[in-house]
Design a protein around this ligand. Sequence first.
Ligand SMILES: [Fe+2]
Ligand SMILES: [Fe+2]
Length: 259
Amino acid sequence: MPTLIHLSDLHFGPAYLSHLGDLILKEIETLQPDAVVISGDFTMRARNNEYQAARAYLNQITRPMLTIPGNHDQPLSAPVERLTRPFARYQQHICADTDSTLVAGGLFIVGLNDNRRILPGGFWSSQQRAWLAAQLDRAPRGAIKIVATHHQLMWEGKARPAGFWFPARALAFLAHHGVELVLNGHTHIPSAEQPAHDIVVARAGTSTSSRPRHGNRNAYNLITIDERQISVFVRQYSEPNDAFIAARAYTFPRRSNAF
Ligand SMILES: [Fe+2]
Ligand SMILES: [Fe+2]
């Protein structure tokens, strides 16, 4: 049964909570997931020292890993660099590719950089859609197809969530290419739903920053997939336990054409 740990919005910098980061590293060692996905916002302001701390952290993760950048990973205080080479620091410290794929434990995961230099993120260009389709169509036979982006595909049932211009079209596109699971971050609010085409859309909260929102606590998602269902466990930090515990669990049937 493939298992996946999904972290997001680590936000190295003044808001980073190192104790929680250390706990999560121990959980990864204990749970030994088939893959770890980190869906962007590694830093607060894309400063080099924040990136160095993020890199030191990633070096301690021993499982197969896929990363994508978030909107905070483009420098704000260096406008020329933001316009000309917005992900140069990300590529130097985190991953040379801003769009990438990972094959691990029966999973085929595609990470798409959906950030924009000035406009809100969440838009996929025609070039990116073509790249995404080509990657998904070359997935190993029988692999479970997953797409990860930083910005949220769904926002509390709204048809046009902030930052994503055509979510219904995106879901139809992903379904056509056999995607069963979408992973998002950015909002700092964990959630899981199955909005259309039997695709599960799971969002991770902020795993380690002091900026959880709307009463949520720091959290990450543990996802398990068996032949019939996809389960998303929101593992939330509990102060009395000084541990991440399963605070919410969601189970969804897998797409009937997937097996
Ligand atoms: Fe964030
Ligand atoms: Fe973000």
